[in-house]
Design a protein. Sequence first.
Length: 367
Amino acid sequence: MDKNTKKIIKSIGKKEWTNPPYSVQSWGNWIHRISPYVGRIKPSFAYFLIKHVSKEGDIILDPFCGIGTIPTEASLMKRKSIGIDLNPYGYAIARGKSDNKRKLDELIKYLENIKVDIRNTSIKNIPNWVKEYYNQKTLKEIQYLLKKLKRDKQYLLLACLIGISQGHRPGHLSKPCAWTLPYKPKPDDKGEYREVIPRLIEKIKRTFINGFQDISKMDILLADARKMPLKDNSVDHIISSPPYYDTLDYVNSHRLRLAVMGYYEKEKNKKLKSKLIQKFDTYIIEMEKTIKEMSRVLKNNGYCILIVGDCFRRNETINTAEEIKPILEKYYFECHAIIEDFIPINKSVQKRTKNRKSERIMILTKK
């Protein structure tokens, strides 16, 4: 093991992200808060991993980027970053973060000039269970603006709109509900009309609260980590938190936002869910395909940092890091250290829970 690897292991082992001010959930640039995501890595955690492993100008890949926390933080730290994800909700938010070239006043002016015309906007194909969460006029405005923003390639505003489409605060557009696995509104609650444009303007103002910071050196791809559209030996380092082994439901947890985006058909969601790497019986098989791809695109001697969570099944703890370690070694990765950490569990989105869950940081290099 070389000196640099020893230094990295020592630095990551300090777990600086667990100490104030980095330990607070609100640490970091406000662009990280566009929209929530189940299983999201904390920005401060990403910050220290990127800081210790890479340098300015390096290319960082996250093949399971979710809403783009790692690629965003890497870009903020003057690295080039690539994020890949199959979940259309995660992709939409991450894609929005990469589209921050426009200035705040330009975005506000664009929104103020929109004349929302919902006369020809139909919501008849949207299932009743989705309609239960919205005032019907508000829902029509959301659908009108989703199409317009997408057509005008306003990806940051599109991400912000998806972000405020669900929640319990006055700035959100739905009837008061949780951000994930939303509880049903009261049957007699028709919901107040919530005008979309003013709330979207306030949302974009909050997003720019830290001022304009160029994170345009960031590519977000709606693609499969098992078949990455990247060249061989094209990235310097990989930092990623792969899907947790049969623990988190990345579709059902975000079902209302996905439905608002058009993913409300059961068959469509079932197909999406089947593509994601999360089933217990096939997890190792599918992860091997991803590991093979990671080995292909990573440069020799590049670092690969994987944050993997343990799985609890039938009162048995499965150490995911040890499960995938032989596969990583098969594809030319050398494991230098596995650092154990503990994270709190959000019981509303876990299928199997305990009060604390073990998470392990695997520090590897490609031979």
